[in-house]
Design a binder for this molecule. Structure first.
Ligand code: NOJ
Length: 678
């Protein structure tokens, strides 16, 4: 035993001397050799840098932590071990924007000893489309419970790149319009943070597998340096944890074309495989709901003569859903707690007791007869203690009533989350700190036990956890359609949907709630409107991916416009393949997707406030087959502002040799179904 022990120490000291002699610079490249990451130890401080095709993308950038009352992981490191490996597998998504995903990377694991012999590992995974790295703190004698005061991770960029960003620590959480400035002019921002370099490269910094840790926001420091800024607990500590633990992955996606960011699956690849086992109960689908009418003030969430969520109205929505092929009906305001100021009084919500005029047994029985499901709505007002106390009872009850999906909500100020601490005192936590990361995970775990799919409004950001927990379907987490109903700034400008796919949606699906046909609602909301053409509303179903996709408008507006509505009825929300045909971030994007369950392809193309023509080749279609292209386009005189309803619906026969010119109006779009001919 003793000899073995001595030998262990001898080899440790020997490898430390060896690494010191070699200058502690270790490299790993992507499988195609185009990306190279170097790990360096300079005077006991760890750094990394990254190159793409021989060009510096990230200069020496610091790594490490400041722990509370413990110098272990800041400086004074020595390198004790390095190991390398390669991984290559193709895995299948139970649902998604693409069916099969190749997960191919080279890994380098660096093991460091810091003060008090504490061990810190840094694992780099280099893919052809970018870099992921994370810290691992193994089980060890000198460290058990510890608190992180700061994560020192930096991204020292090669220039003052143009970035699309939304500010962190703002009351409306992620619900802001994107600002585009050089990084030197950024606030502290949320991720995904997407950038364009002067050389025309596209970079996006984000994180993968955010579990039991604080969200990473990004602070902009002088000299083109970005630094991880973890959202703190109320006492200022960033992360409370214990060894062994692994941090989320810090990710840098690298692309030559903006569209390649969209078809990069690096974030998903860095998440653990499915932990739920059988996923046959998880089904993507489209839904309608008693929702938009409240946003237009046509009915109320609260009780009273204009209460929206009545048994009778819900049955009508269910009839509509069944008639036109929708799988779900979302009903907001069905449960006790909406009367009065529900944002202040979130702890009054019951998640099991319905209002008197909503007979939940009757509507779920009615739904079952029509092969439609009730989507339960759980607005928490951010009162997560109240919600967590009822989670199990609520989900148990929904499951017994055949409810397969729940849409949750957390309207409150960014720091309005109340938590009871160990002393029984109430603390205000940030919406994006470790406490809420834990909460959102608790909901997903509990929902899975009762076979419930989750769609989250006011979520924590998406970091690819849907791979591990495939019932975590979709979330809003950005400015969605609803801002067009009431936002004092006039709603989402036409460029909004040309930015979202390259920013928010790189994290994961977004329940944007597209499909508004009454674009101007002058009677209900004279100062608001949707700032797109009608054809663009259709295109959003393809451009803004979500496995639960809403037809957000009122049934009567669809019944008045059955021809364009046909596209919403046809378009799937579970895909075999996804490709981006053209894109300029903030100007336009054209995406095609192949249906997972048929040979048909669908196209969505959206423009900002400018009209434009885009030439495309249909070489994505299967060779030797003919298709009928059902084209829903802006009419020649359409314009989002002055003539938004002008839509032309044409049919033409195409093959994979065909070319089309898409003519998008200002604020416009095109949607196409390529229906295979038998
Ligand atoms: C705020 C959300 O933004 C909205 O969509 C929802 O209808 C209300 N909360 C009620 O939950």
């Amino acid at each position: 035993m003793k000899i073995l022990h001595l030998f262990k120490w001898f080899s440790l000291i020997f490898s430390m001397l060896l690494f010191a002699a070699c200058g502690s610079s270790e490299q790993v490249t992507s499988p195609d050799g185009q990306i190279k990451v170097t790990f360096l130890l300079k005077k006991g401080i760890p750094y990394y840098n990254a190159e793409y095709k021989g060009q510096r993308v990230i200069s020496d950038s610091r790594l490490g932590f400041v722990l509370k009352d413990n110098p272990a992981f800041t400086s004074g490191f020595s390198l004790v071990k390095k190991s390398e490996s390669t991984f290559d597998e193709t895995w299948t998504q139970p649902w998604g924007e693409v069916k099969d995903i190749r997960n191919h990377y080279n890994e380098m694991m660096i093991s460091l000893l810091g003060a008090n012999e504490a061990e810190l590992r840094i694992v780099f995974r280099i893919f052809n489309d970018g870099v992921g790295f994370r810290y691992e703190i193994p089980d060890q004698k000198s460290l058990s419970d510890f608190e992180i005061l700061d994560e020192l991770t930096e991204f020292n960029l090669s220039g003052d790149h143009k970035a699309w960003w939304i500010g962190a620590y703002q009351d409306n959480r992620y619900e802001y319009l994107y600002t585009s400035t050089p990084i030197s002019e950024m606030d502290t921002v949320h991720t995904p943070l997407t950038m364009e370099t002067a050389d025309g490269l596209y970079l996006s910094i984000h994180e993968a597998a955010l579990v039991d840790y604080a969200s990473m926001t990004i602070a902009s420091l002088p000299g083109n340096t970005l630094k991880a800024d973890l959202v703190p607990w109320s006492d200022g500590v960033k992360v409370k944890t214990s060894a062994p633990m692994k941090t989320p992955w810090r990710t840098i996606q690298i692309a030559e074309k903006p569209g390649d960011l969209i078809t990069s699956y690096l974030i998903l690849n860095l998440n653990e495989p499915n932990k739920l086992g059988d996923t046959s109960w998880i089904e993507p689908g489209k839904y309608v709901g008693i929702w938009w009418e409240m946003h237009l003030d046509k009915s109320t969430w609260s009780q009273g003569p204009r209460h929206g969520a009545t048994t009778q109205k819900t049955k009508k929505y269910m009839d509509f859903a069944a008639k036109y092929g929708f799988k779900g009906v979302l009903v907001e305001g069905w449960n006790i707690g909406w009367d009065g100021d529900w944002i202040k009084n979130g702890d009054k919500f019951s998640f099991t007791q319905a209002y008197d005029d909503f007979d939940i047994e009757a509507v779920t029985a009615y739904a079952a007869n029509k092969d439609v499901g009730l989507i339960g709505h759980n607005e928490t007002g951010g009162a997560v203690m109240n919600y967590e106390a009822q989670l199990t009872d609520g989900f148990k009850m929904y499951n017994s009533l055949g409810v397969k999906a729940v849409k949750t909500g957390y309207v409150n100020y960014a720091r309005g989350i109340k938590r009871m601490d160990e002393k029984g005192e109430i603390q205000n936590e940030w919406h994006h700190g470790q406490h809420m990361v834990q909460h959102y995970q608790k909901v997903v775990d509990e929902a899975a036990k009762y076979h419930i799919m989750v769609d989250v409004h006011e979520p924590i950001k998406a970091t690819g956890l849907r791979r591990t927990y495939p019932n975590m379907m979709t979330r809003e987490g950005a400015r969605g359609q609803e801002f067009n109903a009431w936002s004092a700034d006039g709603g989402n400008p036409p460029e909004h949907e040309t930015i979202l796919p390259f920013t928010r949606l790189l994290g994961g699906p977004m329940d944007f709630t597209p499909g508004i046909f009454d674009l101007t609602y002058e009677k209900e909301k004279p100062n608001n409107r949707v700032n797109t053409t009608l054809a663009k509303q259709l295109a959003e179903y393809v451009v803004l991916y979500s496995p639960l996709q809403m037809a957000a408008d009122l049934p009567e507006n669809y019944e008045k416009n059955l021809k364009p509505f046909q596209f919403i009825r046809d378009v799937p929300c579970d895909w075999q393949d996804t490709r981006v045909l053209n894109a300029t971030i903030g100007d336009y994007v054209t995406i095609v997707r192949k249906d997972r369950h048929s040979a048909d392809w669908y196209l969505g193309s959206v423009s900002d406030e400018n009209s434009r023509s885009l030439d495309i080749t249909l070489d994505f279609l299967e060779p030797g087959k003919t298709y009928t292209a059902q084209i829903y386009r802006d009419a020649d005189d359409a314009d989002w502002k002055s003539n938004p309803y002008a839509i032309a619906i044409d049919e033409t026969s195409v093959t994979n040799m065909s070319k089309l010119t898409l003519k998008l109006a200002a604020g416009g779009g095109t949607a196409i179904r390529f229906k295979i001919d038998n």
